[in-house]
Design a protein. Sequence first.
Lengths: 315, 412
Amino acid sequence: MAELIVISTLNGVLFGMLLFLLSSGLTVIFSMMGVLNFAHASFYMLGAFFGFQLTRWIGFWPALVIAPLLVGVVGMGVERYGLRNTHKHGHVAELLLTFGLAFAIEEIVSMIWGKSPVDYRVPAALDFPAFTVFSTNYPAYKIFMLVVSVVIFIALLVTLKRTRVGLIVQAALTHPSMVGHLGHNVGRVFMLVFGVGSGLAGLAGVIAGPSLVTQSDMAALLGPILFVVIVFGGLGSLPGAFIASLLIGLIQTFAVALNGSLASVFGPLDPSLGPSPLTDIWNVTIAQIAPILPYLLLVLVLIFRPMGLLGTRES
Amino acid sequence: MRRLIVAATAALTVLGGAASAQESIKIGYIDPLSGGGASVGEGGLKTFQYLADELNAKGGILGHKVEIVPLDNKTNPQESLVQAQKAVDAGVHYITQGNGSSVGAALEDFVTKHNSRNPGKEVLYFNYAAVDPSMTNEKCSYWHFRWDANSDIKMEALTNYMKGQPTIKKVYLINMDYSFGQSVRTAARKMLGEKRPDIQVVGDELHPMLKVTDFSPYIAKIKASGADTVVTGNWGQDFALLLKAAADAGLKVNWYTYYAGGAGGPTAIKQTGLEGQVFQISEGVPNSGNKAAMDFEKDFRAKTGISVWYPRAVNEMRMFKAAAEKANSIDPVKVAAALEGMKFDVFDGGEGFMRKDDHQFFQPIYISSFGSLADKTKEPFDEENTGWGWHIVSKIDTAQTMLPTTCNMKRP
């Protein structure tokens, strides 16, 4: 049992940190521009495919740096030539733009790399068990993912809280027009933030690609969870996104590990009732409903605390 | 005068033959070509295209060329119905599908309804891999033919083999959460309970189908349960990723599987170092020792770059030709009638037959284990360049695979 708890905690924290890499950009972009970027998970996918392709050409380590930068540039381009132009038509237009972009990116990716998974492997230097807990090996690559995510988290925190750039970004989050009046180029701040946000998503893609599966539907698989994270954490709140990411990572991993069902708590139903939809519900285990738990959480949060865990406004 | 009539009839037949040779037989291949099932779907497509080329090189079926029409269903029953309708509208009279019994059941229902509403435009459904037992039992249809042994038949054979393995003490069941996965777990529990009541089932897991990208939480759970053996019906990426996570965690157990040989599976097994510990049940093995089959395997690998993963597809296409020739027609109604009860020499040797009562094909099946190959001249084929290959450990003859059916066939 102790073994299961240790391994599940590690796995849960890892998945949580990966979610955070993605949701940090999404939540900052949201609070700045008031737009939910539907294409955010697509940048994650682009990161994975760029990472795969560059690994083929120049090796994993250069790819780890270059691929996120490329994705960041793509992100900035989208902001500069897409979102900025649609901004004057209101939020709906911007939302639709990102929505369309998500589909376009998916189609382009499957046109270039095909629809089945590509062979994106863990680099040989990291392909060994890092340590063994209770006779279970823990892969070094997962530790590497964890380290990268933690480093990025700290860097992001320091930048936002301790530097001048961070100050301007924070100010632009809540009072964009005032920041503009003070002589800062708000448009450029937006573009940079969008670029950094997409770049982070790209980085998440590069490191998650070999561990999870790199294929053209990976954005669609992860996208919905991101929205759960930022709504749960509070729209626009970075610490909120952090807590929510970890929480959802842990909930999903531990839910899989649990076998409890209504039947195991209250005892099996009277067999004379016969098979019915009720017996199905009665016997379903927590492990089986693990994938829907985050969405259940989303609904509950929206009903009871619409501003989210650490959010400040109700929007 | 009489001679003239004979000559005229002969000429007409020739002309008629020439005219119909223009018209090709289209086979709608409805399987996943994108998403989580794409790796198996693409392998299947290559197989059918190769088989069509093989038939066409020998003059096709009764002079008609065979053409495979690929249709992507994303492993989704709803999407499959759209694709099936599209195929039918384009003049397809034969559809084939294999991946996912959820899809299979939907298509079976589709052909049944379509054929009762459109007499004269019948469509046949050739099933090469959807193995949910209900498709040839309570939901059986006259218009559906299945070439793969159903899940219960496979589990019967697998548990008969497990019965003789005294090292098995604790079994963990992990399956995909849909009709097929559920039938695997139910059958495994029931049959193991009857044959080896001393075996303890320490886990019974259903996970979302083709959605999980990291199986390490499940592997941690298997490890914690203390299981020495895992039984799984997982296929496609759900098997490859399950084994990949097991390899990463260093989980060393015996695996009794339906589809360990699918894309990515062999690589993961080699990586885990599970020599001789992964078993698969199938109707054919590359190293079967059957000369014709092994020659086919060699040519197939050279042309497509993959192993013959669907010997049942070979049986399906060759038997289709035989049935059409027996009926002397490519009319689906006549082909269906010819297929009923038809005997056929299967790909890996031995005789199989299409049971009239439920349209289930019965054939010899094999249990094989994966590991290094002792004699490279007798067993030349490895998988995914691992150097390891499948080695037959048990053969089950056709007669021993016969399970009763509850099918109450409605004939047209």
